[in-house]
Ligand binder design. Sequence first.
Ligand SMILES: N[C@@H](CCC(=O)N[C@@H](CS)C(=O)NCC(=O)O)C(=O)O
Length: 237
Amino acid sequence: MSKSKDIHLYTASTMNGWKPVVFLEEAGVEYDLTHIDFSKKEQKSSEYLKLNPNGRIPTVVDRTNNDFVVFESGAILWYLAEKYGKFLPKDANSRSETLQWLMFQMAGVGPMMGQAMYFQRIAAKNGNGDPFAIKRYVDESRRLIEVLNTRLEGRTYLVDAQYTIADMAMYTWTRAYYWANVSVDGLPHLQEWLERIDARPATQRALEIPEPYPAFFGKGDVKRQEDQNAARFKDNE
Ligand SMILES: N[C@@H](CCC(=O)N[C@@H](CS)C(=O)NCC(=O)O)C(=O)O
């Protein structure tokens, strides 16, 4: 009889969706994955909303903990880090620093870059171009990644030598700077940090799960994936 795996992850290939995949691949945890199909609005189905009241991905169900459900990608990373004792430093100050940078990602980099992406790649494509909004979100995203660049000067990772959940969360967003049209020119520490995380085998695996999305990184058939992505959200919800 096959034993079900500890973790059931519901996700899709997006910046938030990849975060738990990166963790699980790094930690070597086996997991089941349900690929949520945005084109079918599976994230809004009544069944899925029972797990994630926000109707978005990712969501984790911990089968070893009475099917305990965790939503919000930052909370998921934190939960997994506590559960598996990995990628969250034990030392109180380093732990606090990790959570500070995780919050900075969740409250700053993610929302700002997300809106930069939304206004350019979805709203504009679906007939709602708004140059003021685009400039506002692109400029604010650039300002935030300049903060990251300064933090990374002389550091291997955001919390010194330790690779943590803060790096994982920050990486999936900043790696997609192309999709947000946010320049990384003149930010050498950020670029080197991206390359260091690119080179981790778990990162390479994670970015193909559940499917590769090369357009986010300016690769492959950008036009086709941009059209596909805009069509998924054509109601501009
Ligand atoms: N704050 C949430 C945001 C989740 C989120 O926005 N997920 C996006 C993909 S990156 C999504 O599910 N989009 C589908 C939709 O908006 O219907 C988190 O970090 O988990």
